[in-house]
Design a protein around this ligand. Sequence first.
Ligand code: HEM
Length: 146
Amino acid sequence: PFSEAEVQSARGAWEKIYVDAEDNGTAVLVRMFTEHPDTKSYFTHFKGMDSAEEMKQSDQVRGHGKRVFTAINDMVQHLDNTEAFLGILNPLGQKHATQIKVDPKNFRIICDIILQLMEEKFGGDCKASFEKVTNEICTHLNNVYK
Ligand code: HEM
């Protein structure tokens, strides 16, 4: 549960990075794939995954970056409504757990990269305002596996 003040500051932080959803979503994925190359194993159907330069140009990576950011954006619109928030997050978690079979340790990895990018681009306050959101996302995604 988020207080009114937390909802407002988390939304403000998210808006900054979501303005460029495709570019920033892509940057998050490219960093995940380069710093944690094992995460590429879930994307064997993506072409042009050999270098960061190629990945940045890839329509598949760009499309997926946009998709991930759109899903987070939907969650951010419902921080004040736990039922609606989980209504988005839980089905997504189910899909990752049963169909895609992502190792849940990777959720923390991608969330930390999002926070890192926020800090680099917009500063420590932006990151701090969004930490509770990524913590909620990671906790619930991990709970789906229990
Ligand atoms: C698919 C979001 C983390 C691997 C998806 C989709 C969304 C999404 C919205 C599309 C689902 C659909 O088509 O119904 C997220 C969010 C994450 C997250 C919000 C965490 C904040 C991860 C991680 C990995 C991963 C950590 C692997 C390291 C995949 C794969 C697909 C997928 C392989 C299918 C891609 C495709 O075939 O096009 N994810 N994801 N996801 N996700 Fe995630």
